[in-house]
Design a binder for this molecule. Structure first.
Ligand SMILES: Cc1cc2nc3c(=O)[nH]c(=O)nc-3n(C[C@H](O)[C@H](O)[C@H](O)COP(=O)(O)O)c2cc1C
Length: 237
Protein backbone atom coordinates (compact mmCIF):
# COMPACT_ATOMS: atom_id res chain seq x y z
CA UNK A 1 0.00 0.00 0.00
CA UNK A 2 2.83 2.33 0.95
CA UNK A 3 4.51 1.61 -2.34
CA UNK A 4 1.29 2.41 -4.18
CA UNK A 5 1.01 5.79 -2.44
CA UNK A 6 4.59 6.61 -3.40
CA UNK A 7 3.92 5.79 -7.06
CA UNK A 8 0.83 8.03 -7.06
CA UNK A 9 2.79 10.85 -5.43
CA UNK A 10 5.65 10.48 -7.90
CA UNK A 11 3.22 10.51 -10.85
CA UNK A 12 1.58 13.67 -9.48
CA UNK A 13 4.97 15.41 -9.23
CA UNK A 14 5.80 14.42 -12.81
CA UNK A 15 2.40 15.62 -13.99
CA UNK A 16 2.93 18.98 -12.32
CA UNK A 17 6.42 19.40 -13.73
CA UNK A 18 5.60 18.53 -17.28
CA UNK A 19 2.08 19.80 -17.75
CA UNK A 20 1.34 22.50 -15.23
CA UNK A 21 4.61 24.10 -14.31
CA UNK A 22 5.17 27.31 -16.24
CA UNK A 23 8.86 26.57 -16.69
CA UNK A 24 8.37 23.10 -18.10
CA UNK A 25 9.73 23.44 -21.62
CA UNK A 26 7.57 20.66 -23.04
CA UNK A 27 4.42 21.88 -21.44
CA UNK A 28 1.33 22.24 -23.57
CA UNK A 29 -0.27 24.12 -20.74
CA UNK A 30 -1.79 27.51 -21.61
CA UNK A 31 0.20 28.75 -18.59
CA UNK A 32 3.01 29.42 -21.00
CA UNK A 33 1.08 32.36 -22.36
CA UNK A 34 0.74 34.11 -19.02
CA UNK A 35 2.81 37.25 -18.52
CA UNK A 36 4.67 36.09 -15.42
CA UNK A 37 6.47 33.58 -17.57
CA UNK A 38 6.94 35.94 -20.45
CA UNK A 39 9.43 38.03 -18.55
CA UNK A 40 12.88 37.31 -17.29
CA UNK A 41 13.15 37.44 -13.55
CA UNK A 42 16.83 36.63 -13.36
CA UNK A 43 18.05 40.24 -13.20
CA UNK A 44 20.54 40.85 -10.46
CA UNK A 45 22.29 44.25 -10.60
CA UNK A 46 20.73 47.69 -10.41
CA UNK A 47 18.67 48.71 -13.42
CA UNK A 48 19.54 51.78 -15.49
CA UNK A 49 16.17 53.09 -16.61
CA UNK A 50 16.02 53.95 -20.30
CA UNK A 51 13.94 56.89 -21.56
CA UNK A 52 10.49 56.00 -22.83
CA UNK A 53 10.49 54.99 -26.50
CA UNK A 54 8.68 56.99 -29.19
CA UNK A 55 5.65 55.31 -30.69
CA UNK A 56 5.38 57.57 -33.71
CA UNK A 57 7.95 58.32 -36.40
CA UNK A 58 8.28 60.04 -39.73
CA UNK A 59 9.46 57.06 -41.82
CA UNK A 60 6.82 54.70 -43.19
CA UNK A 61 7.16 50.93 -42.86
CA UNK A 62 7.37 50.78 -46.67
CA UNK A 63 10.22 53.31 -46.77
CA UNK A 64 12.08 51.48 -43.99
CA UNK A 65 11.73 48.18 -45.87
CA UNK A 66 12.97 49.81 -49.06
CA UNK A 67 15.96 51.47 -47.44
CA UNK A 68 17.05 48.69 -45.08
CA UNK A 69 20.57 47.42 -45.82
CA UNK A 70 23.28 45.72 -43.85
CA UNK A 71 25.73 48.46 -42.88
CA UNK A 72 29.28 47.55 -41.91
CA UNK A 73 31.00 50.92 -41.47
CA UNK A 74 29.87 53.71 -39.22
CA UNK A 75 30.48 57.34 -38.34
CA UNK A 76 32.77 57.96 -35.39
CA UNK A 77 30.31 59.95 -33.29
CA UNK A 78 28.67 58.32 -30.29
CA UNK A 79 25.21 56.85 -30.18
CA UNK A 80 22.90 58.35 -27.58
CA UNK A 81 20.92 56.68 -24.82
CA UNK A 82 17.55 57.68 -26.40
CA UNK A 83 18.71 55.98 -29.63
CA UNK A 84 19.76 52.84 -27.77
CA UNK A 85 16.44 52.93 -25.92
CA UNK A 86 14.49 53.12 -29.16
CA UNK A 87 16.45 50.29 -30.82
CA UNK A 88 16.12 47.98 -27.83
CA UNK A 89 12.44 48.72 -27.57
CA UNK A 90 12.01 47.87 -31.27
CA UNK A 91 13.97 44.69 -30.63
CA UNK A 92 12.20 43.32 -27.54
CA UNK A 93 10.13 46.08 -25.94
CA UNK A 94 6.88 45.30 -24.18
CA UNK A 95 3.91 46.64 -26.11
CA UNK A 96 1.09 44.93 -24.19
CA UNK A 97 1.94 45.19 -20.49
CA UNK A 98 -1.06 43.18 -19.32
CA UNK A 99 0.30 39.99 -20.83
CA UNK A 100 3.90 41.10 -21.34
CA UNK A 101 3.68 40.77 -25.12
CA UNK A 102 6.46 42.38 -27.14
CA UNK A 103 7.33 44.09 -30.43
CA UNK A 104 8.56 40.77 -31.86
CA UNK A 105 6.59 37.52 -31.87
CA UNK A 106 7.58 34.58 -29.71
CA UNK A 107 6.60 30.91 -29.86
CA UNK A 108 3.90 30.42 -27.21
CA UNK A 109 4.98 33.78 -25.79
CA UNK A 110 7.86 32.03 -24.06
CA UNK A 111 10.29 34.87 -24.89
CA UNK A 112 13.44 32.93 -25.40
CA UNK A 113 15.80 35.83 -26.09
CA UNK A 114 18.21 37.72 -23.91
CA UNK A 115 19.62 40.77 -25.66
CA UNK A 116 22.90 42.30 -24.53
CA UNK A 117 24.35 45.69 -25.36
CA UNK A 118 28.12 46.01 -25.64
CA UNK A 119 28.78 49.72 -25.43
CA UNK A 120 31.95 51.19 -26.84
CA UNK A 121 30.97 54.74 -27.69
CA UNK A 122 27.55 55.58 -26.25
CA UNK A 123 27.21 59.06 -24.72
CA UNK A 124 26.77 58.93 -20.94
CA UNK A 125 27.12 55.16 -20.75
CA UNK A 126 30.31 53.47 -19.60
CA UNK A 127 31.99 50.95 -21.81
CA UNK A 128 30.73 47.54 -20.84
CA UNK A 129 28.18 44.81 -21.22
CA UNK A 130 24.55 45.36 -20.27
CA UNK A 131 21.49 43.14 -20.45
CA UNK A 132 18.29 44.67 -21.78
CA UNK A 133 15.35 44.14 -19.45
CA UNK A 134 12.08 44.48 -21.36
CA UNK A 135 10.23 44.46 -18.04
CA UNK A 136 10.88 48.02 -16.85
CA UNK A 137 12.69 48.97 -20.09
CA UNK A 138 16.17 49.28 -18.69
CA UNK A 139 19.71 48.02 -18.76
CA UNK A 140 21.40 45.88 -16.14
CA UNK A 141 25.15 46.20 -16.06
CA UNK A 142 26.88 42.84 -16.36
CA UNK A 143 30.50 43.90 -16.73
CA UNK A 144 32.59 47.04 -17.23
CA UNK A 145 35.40 47.49 -19.73
CA UNK A 146 35.95 47.06 -23.43
CA UNK A 147 33.96 43.84 -23.81
CA UNK A 148 33.23 44.75 -27.44
CA UNK A 149 36.96 44.50 -28.12
CA UNK A 150 37.06 41.10 -26.35
CA UNK A 151 34.29 39.90 -28.64
CA UNK A 152 36.11 41.23 -31.70
CA UNK A 153 39.27 39.37 -30.67
CA UNK A 154 37.27 36.16 -30.32
CA UNK A 155 35.16 36.43 -33.44
CA UNK A 156 36.97 38.73 -35.90
CA UNK A 157 34.70 40.72 -38.27
CA UNK A 158 35.78 44.36 -38.19
CA UNK A 159 32.29 45.92 -37.79
CA UNK A 160 32.37 44.64 -34.21
CA UNK A 161 35.54 46.64 -33.61
CA UNK A 162 34.43 49.79 -35.44
CA UNK A 163 30.83 50.07 -34.31
CA UNK A 164 30.05 52.31 -31.32
CA UNK A 165 27.84 49.53 -29.96
CA UNK A 166 27.01 45.90 -30.56
CA UNK A 167 23.85 43.95 -29.74
CA UNK A 168 24.25 40.26 -28.96
CA UNK A 169 21.22 37.97 -29.09
CA UNK A 170 21.31 34.87 -26.92
CA UNK A 171 18.60 32.24 -26.55
CA UNK A 172 17.65 30.59 -23.28
CA UNK A 173 18.02 26.94 -24.16
CA UNK A 174 16.35 25.67 -21.00
CA UNK A 175 13.17 27.40 -22.02
CA UNK A 176 13.15 26.43 -25.70
CA UNK A 177 11.19 23.39 -26.82
CA UNK A 178 13.45 23.33 -29.87
CA UNK A 179 16.58 25.33 -30.68
CA UNK A 180 14.88 26.37 -33.91
CA UNK A 181 12.58 28.68 -31.96
CA UNK A 182 15.56 30.64 -30.64
CA UNK A 183 16.89 31.38 -34.11
CA UNK A 184 13.49 32.27 -35.51
CA UNK A 185 12.81 34.64 -32.64
CA UNK A 186 16.21 36.27 -33.06
CA UNK A 187 15.42 36.83 -36.75
CA UNK A 188 12.21 38.68 -35.93
CA UNK A 189 13.85 40.83 -33.28
CA UNK A 190 16.88 41.69 -35.41
CA UNK A 191 14.71 42.73 -38.35
CA UNK A 192 12.89 45.12 -36.02
CA UNK A 193 16.25 46.69 -35.14
CA UNK A 194 17.13 47.03 -38.82
CA UNK A 195 13.83 48.78 -39.60
CA UNK A 196 13.86 51.03 -36.54
CA UNK A 197 17.46 51.89 -37.40
CA UNK A 198 16.43 53.25 -40.81
CA UNK A 199 14.20 55.83 -39.15
CA UNK A 200 17.04 56.91 -36.84
CA UNK A 201 19.83 56.99 -39.43
CA UNK A 202 21.45 54.07 -37.63
CA UNK A 203 22.67 51.06 -39.54
CA UNK A 204 23.75 47.61 -38.50
CA UNK A 205 24.48 44.13 -39.71
CA UNK A 206 23.37 40.79 -38.35
CA UNK A 207 26.19 38.30 -38.00
CA UNK A 208 26.04 34.59 -37.39
CA UNK A 209 29.48 33.74 -38.72
CA UNK A 210 31.04 32.74 -35.41
CA UNK A 211 31.81 29.75 -33.27
CA UNK A 212 29.31 29.54 -30.41
CA UNK A 213 31.82 28.57 -27.76
CA UNK A 214 34.13 31.47 -28.63
CA UNK A 215 31.27 33.95 -28.22
CA UNK A 216 30.23 32.40 -24.90
CA UNK A 217 33.80 32.49 -23.65
CA UNK A 218 34.43 36.11 -24.67
CA UNK A 219 31.23 37.24 -22.95
CA UNK A 220 31.47 34.86 -20.02
CA UNK A 221 28.10 33.29 -20.78
CA UNK A 222 27.00 29.87 -19.54
CA UNK A 223 26.37 26.75 -21.61
CA UNK A 224 22.59 27.28 -21.53
CA UNK A 225 22.83 30.52 -23.49
CA UNK A 226 22.84 29.95 -27.23
CA UNK A 227 24.35 32.82 -29.25
CA UNK A 228 22.09 33.58 -32.22
CA UNK A 229 23.18 36.93 -33.65
CA UNK A 230 25.85 39.56 -33.15
CA UNK A 231 24.66 42.92 -34.48
CA UNK A 232 27.08 45.88 -34.61
CA UNK A 233 25.19 49.19 -34.87
CA UNK A 234 26.26 52.75 -35.57
CA UNK A 235 25.40 55.96 -37.31
CA UNK A 236 25.25 55.62 -41.08
CA UNK A 237 28.03 57.54 -42.90
C1 LIG B 1 21.70 34.21 -40.90
C2 LIG B 1 22.55 35.35 -41.38
C3 LIG B 1 23.88 35.39 -41.05
C4 LIG B 1 24.68 36.44 -41.47
N1 LIG B 1 25.98 36.50 -41.04
C5 LIG B 1 26.75 37.54 -41.42
C6 LIG B 1 28.09 37.62 -40.95
O1 LIG B 1 28.58 36.77 -40.21
N2 LIG B 1 28.82 38.70 -41.33
C7 LIG B 1 28.31 39.68 -42.14
O2 LIG B 1 29.03 40.65 -42.45
N3 LIG B 1 27.02 39.63 -42.59
C8 LIG B 1 26.24 38.59 -42.26
N4 LIG B 1 24.93 38.54 -42.66
C9 LIG B 1 24.38 39.64 -43.47
C10 LIG B 1 24.24 39.26 -44.93
O3 LIG B 1 25.54 39.20 -45.51
C11 LIG B 1 23.37 40.30 -45.67
O4 LIG B 1 22.08 40.28 -45.11
C12 LIG B 1 23.31 40.02 -47.15
O5 LIG B 1 24.54 40.29 -47.77
C13 LIG B 1 22.22 40.83 -47.87
O6 LIG B 1 22.46 42.22 -47.69
P1 LIG B 1 21.38 43.19 -47.02
O7 LIG B 1 21.15 42.74 -45.63
O8 LIG B 1 22.03 44.56 -47.08
O9 LIG B 1 20.13 43.15 -47.82
C14 LIG B 1 24.12 37.50 -42.27
C15 LIG B 1 22.77 37.44 -42.60
C16 LIG B 1 21.98 36.41 -42.15
C17 LIG B 1 20.50 36.41 -42.48
Amino acid sequence: MKKHAFVVFFAAVLFFLFFLSPIAPFSFSPCLNFPAFAQDTSSSGEMIKLPAPQHKGSVSVEAALTERRSIRSYRDDPLTIPEISQLLWACQGITEPKRGLRTAPSARATYLLEVYLLSGNVANLRKGMYRYEPNGHGLVKIAEGDIKEDLFKAVGQTPIKNAPAVLVFFGKTERAMTQRWIFLEAGHAAQNVYLQGVSLGIGGVVMAGFIDEQVRKALNMPENRQPAYIMPIGRVK
